[in-house]
Structure formats: C-alpha cells, structure tokens
Write a protein that binds this ligand. Structure first.
Ligand SMILES: C[S@@+](CC[C@H](N)C(=O)[O-])C[C@H]1O[C@@H](n2cnc3c(N)ncnc32)[C@H](O)[C@@H]1O
Length: 256
C-alpha cells in the first residue's frame, strides 16, 4: 500500500486497468463513463434518482431496513454497523476495505473507525446521484469513492482485507457474478460480509411470485441457504448467518 500518496493515487494503484485520464471531477473516480450501454432494472432505476439520496440515510434506510430486520427485536442501524465492523474483523489496525454498492456512503463511513488512520476504505457504486451524495457527506480522506459495476469489479485480485456488500445483492442482475468478483478481490484469509434479502419460511410464497417480482422489478429474494451455499461453493470458511424476518446477514472468511 502506498501510504503517503494522495488518496486517489492509492485507489488507482489497486485497479486492474488504470485509466489514462482518471475522471474525478464529481468527487469520485468514475470508471463507468457514459450510461449508453446500461439498462438498469426498475429497482436499480429508483437508486439512480436524485431524490432518493436526499432521504436515503435518514428516512428510507432506517425505516425500511429496520422493519425488514424485525424492529424492535432485530438490530438497529448502530448495532448493524457495529456487527459489520466485528464480522469484517476491523479492529482499528490499518486495513484496505471495499464497500460494494455503497449508496450514499452510510455503511462506508460507519466502517471507517475500524480501518485505522493509515487504512483505506473504498465505496463502489454505479449511481451518480448516490455517489455525489456520498462524496458530499464524507470528509475523511481515507474514504474514497469509485463509480463501477459490482458484477465486474475494477480491482486487482487479492487486494482487500475485507469486503462488505450491504443492502444491494438483491439488486444486481447477476448476484453470483458479484460474489465471484468479491471473492476474487478479497485477500486469502480476508472477510466478506453481506446483508441481503431473505424469504421468510413462515410466509409461503410461490416461486412464480418471486420470479415475477424479479422479472418486473429486478428485486431478488434469497432463500435461507442460497447465499451461504454460494459462499461454501467458493471455499469460504467460518460461515456465520443471522436471519431476520426479511433480511439475512452472512459473513465468512476466504481460505488461505
Ligand atoms: C439500497 S442501496 C445500499 C446502500 C448501502 N450499502 C446500505 O446498506 O444502505 C443499493 C445500492 O446498490 C447500487 N447498485 C445496484 N446495482 C449495482 C451494480 N451492478 N453495481 C454497483 N452498484 C449497484 C445502487 O446504485 C444503490 O446505491
């Protein structure tokens, strides 16, 4: 890690293909450029509106996610953030961490105190409005934002000590490709933590209803074992899972 260089140089040093003219004009490194070849789902399009980032962190996130996590019995936002640092093994030692689909940077900033002053925390998202908000709300130079695709991460293999992906796996066109790529960029022995949707077994929902939801909105509801099995299949160890009514928190370690 290049510790004393400008923060953006530390990010560029982690890329598979360094751009000839890095675009940081909006306060984040834009690696996607023009939108022409993207066709976001309905759910992804909501994330691209300029209105949502304004209410996301204070209203949308706490209300929507706390209900899905079973408020008042499930973890509130502060407890969720503490669990994230704990499951990612961020104890204040210098670490290089990637927060995939960071939105307005709410979880990214919450991880910052776990990475030490010399650490580097990169939030990656595809949405301009979300990243604009993230850059506006972040003053800590060890946090940097990148516009990129979660299913085709722009980083070198075995780069990060920890990778998080909160509240987003269910939006990706190909969540399994995203898990493959998160695995690829994680160092051996590094930790991955995912907060995603969960289909509650006590509410029988015909598969056809779930696939209709997926097809019409892009939103995927994962079964209890789908994500843990995907991690087992990729060799992850020390698997942990907390199940909430409509969400699940899954953590694991990439083997050495
Ligand atoms: C609900 S927000 C999650 C924000 C934050 N991680 C949290 O837990 O509150 C979901 C984010 O996923 C992003 N997203 C969706 N598909 C993506 C993709 N293929 N690549 C990168 N980001 C994506 C959206 O732009 C949005 O900002």
């Amino acid at each position: 890690m290049v510790r004393n260089s400008p923060p953006i140089d530390r990010v560029l040093a982690l890329l598979r293909d360094e751009p000839a003219n890095p675009d940081t004009t909006r306060g984040y490194l834009d690696l996607l450029g023009p939108e022409a070849d993207r066709s976001p789902s309905l759910a992804q399009s909501v994330m691209e509106t300029t209105f949502l980032p304004k209410i996301y962190e204070r209203i949308w996130r706490p209300i929507g996610f706390n209900v899905a996590k079973g408020w008042p019995l499930g973890p509130d936002t502060a407890t969720e953030h503490a669990m994230a640092r704990d499951w990612l093994f961020l104890s204040g030692d210098p670490a290089t961490v990637l927060d995939v689909a960071c939105g307005p940077g709410n979880v990214t900033r919450a991880l910052a105190k776990g990475v030490g002053e010399e650490g580097l925390l990169i939030g990656l998202d595809a949405s301009h409005p979300m990243l604009t908000r993230a850059a506006k709300d972040t003053t800590d130079p060890k946090i940097q934002y990148v516009r990129g695709d979660a299913t085709d991460l722009p980083f070198r293999d075995a780069t990060f000590d920890a990778v998080s992906c909160f509240g987003a796996l269910y939006l990706f066109n190909d969540p399994w490709a995203a898990i493959d790529d998160m695995t690829r960029v994680l160092k051996p022995g590094g930790h991955l933590t995912i907060l995603t949707s969960r289909h509650p077994a006590i509410i029988p929902t015909p598969g056809i209803a779930r696939s209709l939801l997926r097809r019409t909105t892009g939103f995927k509801i994962f079964g209890d074992k789908e994500v843990t099995n995907a991690l087992k299949d990729r060799g992850f160890q020390d698997l942990k899972q907390h199940r909430y009514p409509f969400m699940q928190l899954v953590g694991a370690r990439r083997p050495h």
